[in-house]
Write a protein that binds this ligand. Structure first.
Ligand code: NDP
Length: 338
């Protein structure tokens, strides 16, 4: 069987391509820059790549860019979308006013996510070969709607983030994923598409690619001698479980709708505690970045993901695998996590 993976150089997509090749699929992989060894070589080295991996150059904002990669594929895994919060205070960073800032987020995050998704789905609509689209959405498109999230609350697939609430809170990445998933469902309904979305929380675990991605960086930052950790609680999930869930969502005929993927919700203070147990002599932050009460943890239902056969890797193992991989790739010094 032939399938397409968009944004194949990325963190999640690299594992997805690896597992698809292992299972005997032929993979048409879109990458933005196939001439850049850092975006390509780790894929070309995968088992089966020589025989069954084909790279295609494609850019989310170029109309029709994905046609060649998608034509002839039975399944399309659309993972490509910008993910970064790296510029935490872009206003200061860019010295630009509010309106220019909004335009910047629109151009850098929201347009590639929303128009890019419609562009990819448009290419799917041009060919009769595509039987199912698996869209990499996010818990960002699920859990951010202003409803309280406390330890008793169970977030599930029936929740949908509220873009206005997220814009108000200036959570631009969250806005981008919410609008992209919403636009995708509307398009799928209109065209009678079979689409399934995977909605993972913060993804951690080993890196295949040589470039540090945003979610693994969240762990790396805790090991770089910082004094404080953020007052934030996130769900966490292993990249291998996320990649496997994508494949199950394609292969299981009855898979439908959305699938939240979270092994455990943990506050940064708890992540630091796990790191301290694993690496007792490492330098870790010991206080919160603000004096406010800790942002509460909450629950995310595991029921639906069970039907994909997901048996989650525990957060402790995921954190350990992340650190070992970060060390191996020299994203953190060996001494910061002995
Ligand atoms: P990466 O940054 O590693 O991967 C993102 C991919 O998208 C890269 O291949 C990137 O290409 C590609 N991309 C970005 N902008 C464009 C563009 N304009 N045109 C073409 N390709 C583009 O992140 P992840 O692997 O973490 O993210 C993959 C998907 O998973 C995203 O949709 C993200 O929103 C979602 N997700 C991630 C989570 C996480 O914690 N990691 C959690 C929930 C969802 P290039 O390599 O050239 O930059």
């Amino acid at each position: 069987k032939t399938v397409c993976v968009t944004g194949a150089s990325g963190y999640i997509a690299s594992w997805l391509v690896k597992f698809l090749l292992q299972r005997g699929y032929t993979v048409k992989a879109s990458v933005r820059d196939p001439n850049n060894p850092k975006k390509r070589d780790h894929l070309l080295k995968l088992d089966g790549a020589k025989e069954r991996l084909h790279l295609f150059k494609a850019e989310l904002l170029e109309d029709g860019s994905f046609d060649a990669a998608i034509d002839g594929c039975e399944g399309v895994f659309h993972t490509a979308s910008p993910f970064y919060h790296a510029v935490t205070d872009p206003q200061k960073f860019f010295c630009i006013d509010g309106q220019a800032l909004l335009s910047w987020f629109q151009a850098e995050l929201i347009d590639p996510a929303v128009k890019g998704t419609l562009n990819v789905l448009g290419s799917c609509a041009k060919t009769s070969s595509v039987k199912r689209v698996v869209l990499t959405s996010s818990i960002a498109a699920v859990a951010y709607n202003g409803k309280p999230r406390t330890p008793e609350v169970v977030v599930d697939e029936s929740w949908f983030s509220d873009p206005d609430f997220c814009k108000e809170a200036k959570m631009w990445y969250v806005v981008s994923k919410t609008l992209a998933e919403d636009a995708a469902w509307k398009f799928a309904k209109e065209k009678g598409f079979d689409m399934v979305t995977i909605n993972p929380a913060m993804v951690i675990g080993p890196l295949l690619q040589p470039v540090l991605n945003t979610s693994a960086e969240a762990i790396a930052n805790l090991l770089k001698g910082s004094q404080t950790y953020a007052n934030a609680s996130f769900g966490w999930v292993n990249v291998k479980d996320v990649a496997y869930a994508h494949i199950q969502a394609f292969e299981i005929p009855s898979a439908t709708g959305r699938y939240c993927l979270v092994e455990r919700v943990a506050h940064y203070s708890q992540v630091v505690e796990i790191l301290r147990k694993l690496y007792p002599s490492s330098q870790l932050p010991d206080k919160c970045a603000d004096d406010k009460p800790f942002v509460p943890i909450y629950q995310v239902s595991k029921e639906k993901a069970k039907s994909l056969g997901i048996d989650y890797i525990p957060i402790e193992q995921s954190i350990q695998e992340t650190v070992e991989s970060l060390k191996e790739k020299n994203f953190i010094g060996a001494t910061s996590s002995n």
